[in-house]
Ligand binder design. Structure first.
Ligand code: ADP
Ligand code: 5GP
Length: 211
């Protein structure tokens, strides 16, 4: 394996733009694997089961947690959400990065796991609360009641901004995407992500001995 996969976590208050950014990143680099979360929330118009989420009922979700099948899980906006473990292990084994669109509770659980040294966590802030509300409304996928619930919860999520490696203000989408690419490319060069470095240094050492 030339490279070890990163666990790239994107969090933000709902509506700040993380799904949009995650889609752009996957378009930029098709080798990025997206961690398809399981959720008990209802499917939105335009969503596909198994692509955007695995839409499970509560019994299915709880069984998977009990079987140890979840890397992390949390209760968000009255529904369960979680990241199935197996696809992440497969991706890492193949040397691929995995992209997570999860909340701060899930981010914290992954950061406290045995995979912590391979985590790259990024928090996305909106330019303003008024713009956050506008984005939730123009997305046009949630009822007024759901939007109000998400707005109420947004400060909860924002208050965890300082637990992340990087924080980006998503004003202009192109600029934010470019910044994300830069952060990911730099993280891929971390020592922890380059398993073949030791061999290379050994070779340099052997060669050095012969000089
Ligand atoms: P999240 O996944 O964080 O809940 P979305 O990616 O669904 O948020 O974005 C919410 C809405 O805001 C979408 O309609 C999206 O097109 C729009 N949006 C995202 N980023 C920007 C931006 N930088 N400028 C303007 N609109 C944006
Ligand atoms: P939405 O219902 O808008 O798709 O997502 C609501 C919130 O749940 C978002 O903050 C999103 O990041 C979070 N979320 C989605 N999937 C997961 C997951 O697998 N685990 C955790 N902890 N949060 C998730």
């Amino acid at each position: 394996m030339q490279r070890r996969g990163l666990l790239i976590i994107l969090s933000s208050p709902s509506g700040a733009g993380k799904s949009t950014l995650a889609k752009r990143l996957r378009h930029w680099d098709s080798s990025l694997r997206f961690s398809v979360s399981a959720t008990t929330r209802p499917m939105r118009p335009g969503e596909t089961d198994g692509v955007d989420y695995h839409f499970w009922d509560e019994a299915q979700f709880k069984q998977s947690v009990a079987d140890g099948g979840m890397l992390e899980h949390a209760h968000v906006f009255g529904n369960f959400y979680g990241s199935p473990k197996a696809p992440v292990a497969d991706a890492i084994g193949d040397g691929c990065d995995v992209l997570f669109d999860i909340d701060w509770q899930g981010a914290q659980q992954i950061k406290n796991s045995t995979l912590q040294e391979h985590v790259l966590s990024i928090f996305i802030l909106p330019p303003s609360i008024a713009e956050l509300k506008r984005r939730l409304e123009t997305r046009g996928q949630d009822s007024a009641e759901t939007i109000a619930k998400r707005m109420q919860k947004s400060w909860d999520e924002i208050s965890h901004w300082d637990g992340y490696d990087h924080v980006l203000i998503n004003d202009d989408l192109d600029v934010t995407e470019q910044r994300l690419r830069t952060i990911i490319e730099a993280a891929r060069l971390r020592r922890s992500q380059q398993p073949t470095l030791m061999d290379h240094v050994r070779k340099l050492h052997d060669e050095f001995g012969g000089v």
